[in-house]
Design a protein around this ligand. Structure first.
Ligand code: ATP
Ligand code: MG
Length: 724
């Protein structure tokens, strides 16, 4: 048999891992050393050379995108499709198991997945029903509490209140929340994992079945498994059942805040004392400069397994550091450099703009839109999370499952059809009193309790849903979606909403039809295409929006960038307080996690890395001044080139700075007392901030970013600016 393609372009250590005998294996290695590559080649090796059936492999990746990529790469190596190979995220795989074994998992056959938004709404409603003050019991904190317990595998009955009334209340709310989910057949993300674990734990025959089926267990990004995920893997591995082959990097553990435990690397070695440990030390991704910089940052962490990572690649360009005046200046700079890169004939998709916090994307997005550069945001406001999309999905869900209360509430009066808050409250009260669904309650109160007009409105809504269900029976998925967005009145509603917003929403709704059209049901799927599509919408909301048919720049948080690589990377907002994040600065463990995140960010870059920070930033509606991130100082000077000398913010300069270039020439007019970042007020344009200067004396001009009027260049001697 010709095994060369599978062993090609692997170094000795990688080859050793790929061809290892069937024994528990732990590959522990730094960024870009080929861990994911080893996993892909291992799968191909097992199938092609060891003759293992694709059915007997279970591969776990961190994102759906990574799963799709991995499947593609395995198929490319083998030269054939591997439909029966189970490959996905922990959540995706758990979901598949629960669909297959809904009875054993004690779920209704048509259970619905709710995303974290739905979950939060459910909790808010629960508090309202229980008449609990949501300023004292903050819904987000309750949500966090519930998910944290589930991630540890704990149900309310496992929890001890330790005589703490606060905790007692949280546990009670967890129990109440469980009841609501149970009644509505709703399953949140954390529940997927917990149920799947309980499914195997409580059904030994079923577990034995899967242990016979899966001989090999391949896990990427092992350092970020949480307790319940590890327990699930451990169950499957049993004593001598599926053989685990896991790859990870302790320096890239960045989800501790979500329950991930890097200690699982040690735990693995305890649980499988004979495990083979393979280290990979050569980095193939980045230039020497980028790799050295990353190593110099991560070495400041005390709690590490420690490893050697080297490259025989070129030294490469220096890391470019840019100090911006504010977030707008930062965005302008990033977009300018991105433009240059695109103009040089590079693919937009090869450039990634990374940031610490989702909210940072807005200013960057604005800039990209103005510059006409197509882009995509991973995470943040994603396609499936947009309000109009959720409206349409709620109709689809309700058509498919009348007991879906969250969907019922979302659309009962959307578009408005005369069903007011009072009516909804009556329905809710009935549902609560009779422990039934909103749908049933609506039918009951419409005939008994409600006054004529309200009753008619409710009945009309119910008829609409029934009619839509009838009319869409037998239609293709895309036609179903198309029918529903029209028959529901959503399209008409947004059409009436003149202006750009309505238009965008309409476009998004149309995009949903395209998404349905291009949706490919899982070849091993168990559900109707509609249900699968709805689950897909909930599961994938966290990642890509509609398929990338267009070459576009990639925007994402550093967290979402894990495992990916790009020739050009921008790391934005490198300021203390933002990155490292304010809440982790005082906590040594938190700071180390932030540093690992910085290591992840730097090591995404293959050739070119820009690091930017702003002296002043408006974020979440607040202005703040900050210091450059301490992580920047950890990168040795020899690897860094400052793009241009920083202009002292209030230093008076009478002549244009000699080294300054182009339109960004900055000078300052000491007599005026004008300085960059200065807040000013203009008679017509209102309040703004000075971004830029040009010229001197009578010709001096300033660029001001006005809060409402946008950016304008003004001649200072005419503008009559008030300094503030
Ligand atoms: P991360 O820790 O960021 O997830 P990783 O260890 O999974 O990184 P890979 O993504 O598998 O690393 O590999 C990094 C890059 O190096 C990829 O572009 C991969 O194709 C390339 N690469 C890995 N090993 C080799 C090799 N032996 N020869 C050539 N290229 C390689
Ligand atoms: Mg990887």
């Amino acid at each position: 048999m010709d095994v060369t393609p599978i062993l090609e372009s692997l170094n000795d250590a990688q080859r050793q891992a790929v061809t290892a005998a069937a024994e528990p294996t732990l590959v522990i290695a730094g960024a870009g050393s080929g861990k994911t590559r080893v996993l892909v080649h291992r799968a191909a090796w097992l199938i092609d050379v060891e003759g293992v059936s694709p059915q007997s492999l279970l591969a776990v990746t961190f994102t759906n995108k990574a799963a799709a990529e991995m499947r593609g790469r395995i198929e490319a190596l083998l030269g054939m499709p591997v439909n029966h190979l189970w490959i996905g995220t922990f959540h995706g795989l758990a979901h598949r198991l629960l669909r297959r074994h809904w009875q054993e998992a004690k779920l209704p056959q048509n259970f619905q997945i709710i995303d974290s938004d739905d979950q939060l709404r459910l909790i808010k409603r629960l508090l309202k029903n229980l008449e609990i003050d949501d300023s004292r019991w903050v819904p987000k904190e309750i949500q966090w509490f519930i998910n944290a317990q589930k991630d540890e595998g704990l149900r309310p009955q496992h929890l001890d209140d330790g005589r703490d009334p606060n905790r007692r209340q949280l546990i009670a709310l967890y129990a109440a929340y469980e009841e609501v989910c149970e009644r509505g057949g709703l399953v949140d993300f954390a529940e997927l994992l917990l149920r799947a674990h309980e499914l195997w734990r409580d059904n030994p025959d079923l577990l034995a079945h899967y242990q016979r089926r899966f001989q090999h267990l391949l896990v990427d990004e092992f350092q970020d498994t949480n307790a319940i995920q590890y327990a699930w893997l451990r169950l499957l591995a049993g004593d001598n059942a599926a053989i685990p082959f896991v790859v990870g990097d302790d320096d890239q553990s960045i989800y501790r805040w979500r329950g991930a435990r890097v200690e699982h690397i040690h735990r693995f070695q305890r649980d499988f004392p004979d495990a083979r440990v393979v280290k990979l030390e050569q980095n193939y991704r980045s230039t020497a400069t980028i790799l050295n910089a990353a190593n110099a940052v991560i070495v400041n962490n005390a709690d590490r397994m420690g490893k050697n990572l080297w490259t025989d690649g070129a030294e490469g360009e220096p890391i470019r550091l840019y100090s911006a005046y504010n977030e707008r200046d930062e965005a302008d700079f990033v977009i300018g450099r991105l433009r240059d890169w695109i103009d040089q004939g590079n693919a937009r998709a090869d450039a990634a703009i990374l940031y610490r916090s989702n909210a940072q994307s807005r200013v960057l997005e604005e800039g990209l839109i103005n510059a006409g550069i197509p882009y995509r945001v991973y995470g943040g406001l994603r396609f499936f999370e947009r309000a109009e999309i959720k409206d349409a999905l709620a109709y689809l869900r309700l058509i498919s499952h009348r007991e879906d209360d969250a969907s019922f509430e979302r659309i009962v009066n959307r578009p408005t059809r005369g069903i007011g808050a009072r009516t909804v409250e009556t329905i809710r009260a009935y549902a609560r009193a009779n422990s039934c669904t909103m749908w049933r309650a609506a039918g009951a109160v419409a005939s008994d309790e409600l006054a004529g007009r309200a009753a008619n409105a409710v009945l009309a809504f119910m008829n609409l849903i029934e009619r839509m269900a009838r009319e869409t029976t037998g239609l293709d998925l895309q036609d179903k979606v198309d029918h529903v967005i029209h028959a529901s009145g959503l399209v008409q509603m947004f059409r009436n909403d003149k202006g750009e917003r309505g238009e965008t929403r309409l476009e998004n709704l149309m995009e949903l039809v395209s998404a349905a059209k291009s949706f490919e049901p899982d070849p091993a799927g168990e559900m109707s295409p509609l249900d699968e599509f709805l689950s897909h919408a909930a599961l994938e909301a966290g990642e890509g929006q509609a398929e990338a048919w267009e070459d576009c720049a990639q925007l994402m948080t550093m967290h979402s960038a894990k495992g990916l690589e790009f020739p050009l990377v921008f790391m934005c907002g490198m300021e203390d307080g933002l990155f490292p994040h304010q809440r982790s600065i005082a906590d040594p463990d938190g700071l180390e996690e932030e540093r690992r995140l910085c290591y992840v960010g730097i090591t995404r870059a293959k050739q070119t890395l820009y690091v930017t920070y702003a002296e002043q930033r408006r974020l979440h509606g607040m202005d703040s001044f900050s210091q450059p991130s301490r992580f920047i100082a950890e990168i040795p000077d020899e690897y860094v080139e400052e793009i241009r000398p920083r202009v002292q913010v209030s230093r008076p300069v009478r002549a244009p700075r000699s080294g300054a270039t182009g339109s960004l020439r900055r000078s300052s007019d000491a007599e005026m007392g004008v300085r960059l970042g200065q807040r000013v007020r203009h008679g017509k344009f209102g309040d703004g901030v000075i971004l830029n200067y040009e010229g001197q004396g009578a010709h001096a001009r300033v660029e001001v970013n006005f809060e409402t009027a946008g950016t304008k260049w003004l001649v200072l001697s005419y503008a009559n600016l008030d300094l503030m």
